[in-house]
Design a protein around this ligand. Structure first.
Ligand code: HEC
Length: 152
């Protein structure tokens, strides 16, 4: 093997080991969530299952960490998504939002369905099962409609 190639491989190896030291967030609240969405609105089991499967990893207080989250820099990227995802919309804090904010977030969910913007494509690259099917979208859209009709 050429010397330059050997050195390059060693440097890459050292860098890989070094980034493993980047601290990790732990979005794993084991406790009950008094402000959870389920406390505010009736959530049919079908809707709850879709949200859990496709959205909760970044929009709740409990991420189901995949195997690759043990490896940096993937954890770092996921932590960033969770942080900004939760800041925008946290299904476990939904009850603490004002009525106005709740309405605006429900509208934003409807828009994300129309625009196919969620879950993030960088996430569905690996989480193929989190991709919303046509039926999933229809189920969520119908549920949003029921809730919006109930509101004054
Ligand atoms: C991999 C993490 C991840 C997953 C999974 C995910 N989101 Fe997001 N979501 C984000 C991030 C990050 C943002 C904020 C930045 C942005 O809009 O790209 C966001 C923003 C949003 C917003 C915008 C909120 C606003 O007020 O504008 C909505 C609505 C949303 N997500 C809904 C969903 C829904 C519904 C699902 C499941 C079908 C989902 N997200 C799955 C990461 C995620």
């Amino acid at each position: 093997m050429k010397r330059a190639l050997k050195i390059t491989l060693v440097v890459i190896g050292i860098l890989f080991l070094a980034v493993q030291l980047i601290p990790r967030d732990h979005n794993e609240s084991g406790s009950a969530q008094p402000n959870a969405l389920t406390k505010v609105f009736p959530i049919p089991a079908s809707v709850g299952a879709i949200l859990k499967k496709s959205c909760y990893d970044c929009h709740s207080n409990s991420t189901n960490y995949p195997w690759y989250a043990q490896i940096q820099p993937f954890r770092y990227m996921l932590d960033g998504h969770i942080k900004s995802g939760k800041a925008e919309l946290n299904f476990d804090e939904f009850g603490s939002y004002t009525a106005r904010k709740q309405r605006s977030k429900l509208r934003a969910i409807g828009e994300s369905l129309d625009e196919d913007s969620m879950p993030l494509s960088s996430y569905t690259l690996i989480h193929r099962n989190a991709i919303l099917s046509k039926e999933d979208k229809l189920t969520l859209a119908n549920w949003l409609k029921v809730i919006n009709d109930r509101q004054p």
